[in-house]
Design a protein around this ligand. Sequence first.
Ligand SMILES: *[C@@H]1O[C@H](CO)[C@@H](O)[C@H](O)[C@H]1NC(C)=O
Ligand SMILES: *[C@@H]1O[C@H](CO)[C@@H](O)[C@H](O)[C@H]1NC(C)=O
Ligand SMILES: *[C@@H]1O[C@H](CO)[C@@H](O)[C@H](O)[C@H]1NC(C)=O
Length: 470
Amino acid sequence: MGDQNYNTQALEPNGRAVGVTEHAWCQAVSCGTGITVLALQVCKAETEISLLQNALPKLQNAHPILRSKLHYNTASNAFSFTTPTKPYLQPKLFSLSSTSQLLQTLSNNSSNTSLSPLHLILEHEMNTNIWSNPSNFPCTGLDVLVSNVYALPEMKLVVVLRLHTVACDRTTAVSLLRELKELVGEREGGGVQGKKGDIISLGIEELIPNGKAKKPLWAHGVDMLSYSVNSLRLTNLKFKDVKGTRCSEVVRLKLNPQETANILAGCESRGIKLCGALAAAGLIAAHSSKRRHDHPRKKYAVVTLMDCRSLLEPPLSGHHFGYYHFAILNILAVGGGENIWDLASRSYMAFAKSKNCNKHFSDMADLNFLMCKVIENPGLTPSSSLRTSFISVFENPVIDTTREMDQELGLEDYMGCSSVHGVGPSIALFDTIRDGRLDCACVYPSPLHSREQMEEFVGHMKRVLIHGSY
Ligand SMILES: *[C@@H]1O[C@H](CO)[C@@H](O)[C@H](O)[C@H]1NC(C)=O
Ligand SMILES: *[C@@H]1O[C@H](CO)[C@@H](O)[C@H](O)[C@H]1NC(C)=O
Ligand SMILES: *[C@@H]1O[C@H](CO)[C@@H](O)[C@H](O)[C@H]1NC(C)=O
């Protein structure tokens, strides 16, 4: 599939052309979707910086894709990687005074004055796009990983890793964070120290088991058509400003351990995963904001992102960095008055059914194609909003149980998510269960949606999750 994207020209010193999915992400990132940021707030600033300066080259050494550079060939509209043999990454340091100046502007610009420095810096980094204009990529290429360190008062720091999604899906981000902690904590056993990776892994298309991506041609055409036509009829959150220049903003949804345990138990007793409950809470919150209108039933698109590493041939582990996720799109009708658990089961079962018939493999080319088509023709989406779904969730939450290690490292808090202000959903959920508490970054495009609107929306979702209904 997509042979035109594989050019076989020799790439020095190590490199390859990007695959079809990677190409779609290169396009998406150039318009603002898929800038992945991990932001960590640590104390013990004085020791932390030198440990970081030591750790980053080791990570780049172990994972060739992290030291790869992205190139763009204007003539062929093709992206490619080159992979230098030696690591080179050093964090850029922002002094106390330049950070405080930045925070002042960011805080002044944001409509919520009580956002933490960590939160403001995370948003700022998601909206800093060095990959936005491919025709300006220099002949030496652009780094796929950037690191910035911001000094805060009281000897605290915010350490940022900003990555192009082509090099970093969520599984990669989780492994990266873990390996970074192990290196900074100078622990053995992470498998990172000293190990050198030479060649970047293949793109996902090269690893699909034989026969799994085939689908009769007629089915292909029908699905493609229904995706694009349906997107015009699907329901969206109210758009506040369709003209303003877009950026990504975040509302953080946190539950306490008891609330989190209740929801997880509810999922378990029904044989579904958390993603079903999160999508259902989002649908109920969205639909109740519309109930007063006279369309009783509305259709919403839910995208579930799944890590495909274990299904590939050969299977990959979470230590294979890169982009190995697939998206499954399901359309759900919501009538109002639904119980969260009925809707959660319906949402999860729709996803599970698609997954069982290998829809993730068979639809992959279609969804990539659709994403690129929408970027080229925003008019395919309502009000040229570039919204291809209402909500996106991950099949599995990130489970983080490293509190002991975090305390040793002085890691006080962290957030991780990706921008969506190019093409994407109205709200993208990045959920982590951290020591038994649900902590979810909800990313949305602004000013298409306003912070006030989304704070209210996420507050509503939270009440639905806690009380089972509104
Ligand atoms: C804060 O924002 C207001 C309007 O949004 C602007 O007039 C003012 O100059 C800003 N102040 C700073 C310090 O950026
Ligand atoms: C703050 O807002 C102004 C006006 O909207 C904008 O020009 C400026 O780039 C923003 N600053 C930051 C740091 O986001
Ligand atoms: C502003 O942000 C803080 C921190 O995320 C949050 O607790 C608060 O609820 C927000 N304010 C409003 C009005 O939603």
